[in-house]
Ligand binder design. Structure first.
Ligand code: AMP
Ligand code: MG
Length: 358
């Protein structure tokens, strides 16, 4: 593990960025055909560059990725759209009989629950009542207080009482392999901390079925997926946002091949009330925004869902316990602390060039 005090003031002409709301794509067209596409899905900006020998193939793959992302949001992940599985699950709360899960949702929930266990409850996909109480979905980065009011302590306590992954029940259904989910009365799933990572994992499967795609980099909010290589063999370059100055970077990750990079930061969604920043990553032990001395966590992993869940969990756990959890998953981690200090796992040191003055 290594520690740095960062000093990054310069911002090179960049790359894809991780941990900021809008990334910029470098127009890199040597050899091969690259298609660049920017869109909105999961309530955030998606940017992709897809490389192949022919432009039509890159375009087709870009269309397929967009269709996949839209269908994941519409059919599975969104808690707002009444077409989605999460919406139906949330509606079923307190129903007693349980609701049959799709294979994808079963996998997502099982992996999420494992991380809940291993993080000792810091990560919890049942925080829907709390997330809705705080109205996190209506916040943007740096929103002024405006109409936002701080929920009362009693309301936070009441919402928290409806949460708790330990009360989720997954039981065997009548059909072979069928799993039923039983959600207690009042509990609501919120997959905001894993949805994008799950989408990355599904995108990897899609790219595996597009052998004509030689390289891709896809940024979805705080998550970036790299795949294959650029035609000129150059590395994928991912800028890591400086939480203290979100127009700048603390360093650059240089990667080749398949990687999932997920960042959770207190600057991604927050409101300020009376000079206090209330951000979107909640500590399930208090019901309030986590206060672990961390401003940003970046996880580097081969797998999307765990990278996303881990960046959220590690933010809440802080650098010491968070580093242990990341290690358990064989993932690399970077913690940016409130005083600007950076704590890196050994593997992360290999890939990250820290912009430092010493
Ligand atoms: P991320 O940006 O991936 O760290 O995810 C943050 C989002 O996950 C929030 O906007 C909430 O929707 C949800 N969330 C907040 N706190 C937690 C938590 N402790 N465990 C799981 N999900 C959370
Ligand atoms: Mg996350």
């Amino acid at each position: 593990m290594k520690r740095f005090f960062k000093m990054a003031a310069v911002c090179a002409a960049v790359i894809f960025c991780c941990g900021c709301s809008v990334g910029r794509a470098g127009a890199d067209e040597q050899g091969g055909a690259v298609v660049q596409h920017t869109d909105v899905v999961f309530g955030t900006v998606v940017q992709m560059s897809l490389y192949s020998k022919e432009k039509e193939a890159s375009q087709q793959a870009a269309d397929d990725v967009m269709e996949l992302l839209r269908s994941l949001e519409r059919d599975q992940i969104s808690w707002r759209l009444d077409t989605s599985e999460v919406y139906r699950i949330n509606k079923s709360a307190g129903g007693g009989q349980g609701i049959a899960l799709s294979d994808g949702m079963k996998e997502l929930l099982e992996q999420s629950l494992e991380i809940s266990e291993k993080s000792k409850g810091a990560f919890d996909i049942t925080l829907g009542p709390l997330v809705q109480l705080w109205k996190i979905d209506s916040w943007a980065a740096g929103e002024e207080a405006g109409n936002v009011a701080l929920p009362s302590q009693a309301a936070v306590r009441e919402a928290l009482g409806k949460c708790g992954f330990g009360r989720l029940l997954m039981v065997q259904g009548k059909q072979e392999g069928e799993k039923l989910l039983k959600l207690p009365q009042g509990m609501q799933l919120d997959l905001g901390a894993v949805g994008k990572g799950y989408a990355q994992s599904e995108t990897i499967k899609l790219l595996e079925n597009h052998p004509e795609i030689t390289g891709a980099v896809i940024s979805l909010g705080g998550s970036v997926l790299t795949w294959g290589s650029k035609p000129d063999g150059d590395s994928w370059r991912i800028g890591i946002t400086d939480p203290a100055d979100t127009g700048s970077y603390v360093g650059i990750l240089e990667l080749s091949g398949q990687w999932c990079i997920s960042t959770s930061g207190d600057y991604e969604r927050y409101v300020e009330l009376d000079g206090v920043r209330y951000h979107h990553i909640l500590d399930p032990s208090t019901g309030y925004p986590a206060d672990s001395g961390v401003r940003g966590v970046t996880i580097l992993s081969k797998e999307g869902l765990s990278a996303d869940a881990l960046s959220t969990a590690c933010f809440i756990l802080g650098s010491e316990k968070g580093m242990e959890l990341a290690e358990e998953y064989g993932a690399e981690a970077l913690f940016i602390l409130s005083d600007g200090e950076m704590v890196l796992s050994e593997g992360m040191e290999k890939y990250l060039t820290v912009w430092t003055d010493r």
